[in-house]
Design a protein around this ligand. Structure first.
Ligand SMILES: [Zn+2]
Length: 262
């Protein structure tokens, strides 16, 4: 009995090693392949905030092309015709009157920021926060303030103050002049998703340093650029971004845009 079992153990040993090798290959090879196919996350922007601030509202890229760089983000439309939200692989336009429309591939953007959103961290913030308090709390939780981050907050908000801006015709005014004509939408107890970025100080000018969110209500009937809000126990999905690609528009409007006033 003993000798018989020792013979079968000897016979089984190579089989067992084969089994372990099979398990190793089945588990580890796909993980390595996944790592290779999923390198550092990238942010992409068309044009610069300085150019937009100076009134360069001419379309610089179609949404068909923008989509190749990301399915998540924010921006605006040719002529500064409202606020753009990129969420779940779709782009939305919030017009000055608050109406929300799906964006066609042919539509053009003068300025947009996108990424392929793959959150790597979840920050839970127990308590109630204003937008300013939320920014302070997030700054304390993020691993470093020297990287860009893509951020998503989905939930029920006691209050959200969002805005949109009216479309312009050439000769374009400055962004600041248009923002004075903004319409503010006040939402109470609203289910919504905020799509945004926190960018480091070293990106000021190219983009806006700090937090920038655009919101879309769950029913997709309202949205805009976030001005203020009340956040209760927010859960913030975070993606650290290591690569940033800025595409400078190949347009006369951008080429001739005035330098920003320091
Ligand atoms: Zn905005």
């Amino acid at each position: 009995m003993n000798s018989c079992s020792s013979i079968s153990a000897k016979l089984l040993r190579p089989l067992r090693w084969g089994l372990w090798l099979g398990i190793f290959l089945a588990v580890c090879v796909p993980l390595v392949a996944l790592g290779a196919a999923n390198p550092v996350s990238r942010g992409f922007q068309i044009s610069t905030l300085d150019a937009l601030s100076a009134g360069v509202f001419e379309g610089a890229m179609s949404f068909r092309e923008l989509r190749q760089y990301g399915n998540f983000g924010l921006g605006t439309f040719a002529g500064l015709d409202g606020e753009m939200i990129g969420l779940d692989n779709r782009f939305y336009q919030v017009k000055h009157d608050g109406a929300v429309f799906p964006v066609s591939d042919q539509s053009q953007t003068p300025f947009a920021v996108v990424t392929q959103f793959k959150p790597t961290q979840k920050i839970l913030l127990p308590g109630t926060f204003t937008y300013t308090e939320l920014q302070t709390a997030l700054d304390q939780k993020l691993p470093s303030l020297n990287y860009p981050y893509a951020l998503k907050i989905h939930g029920q908000f006691p209050q959200l103050e969002l805005r949109s801006v009216p479309g312009q015709v050439p000769p374009y005014p400055t962004l600041g002049a248009v923002v004075k004509q903004q319409t503010v939408f006040n939402f109470q107890q609203v289910s919504a998703t905020l799509v945004g970025f926190r960018l480091p100080q070293n990106m000021q000018g190219i983009n806006a340093a700090g937090y920038h969110f655009h919101g879309l209500t769950q029913d997709k009937k309202g949205g805009g650029h976030l001005l203020a809000g009340i956040f209760r126990n927010p859960i913030v999905q975070v993606q650290l971004i290591q690569d940033w690609h800025t595409s400078f528009p190949d347009t006369a409007a951008f080429a001739q845009s005035p330098a920003p006033i320091p």
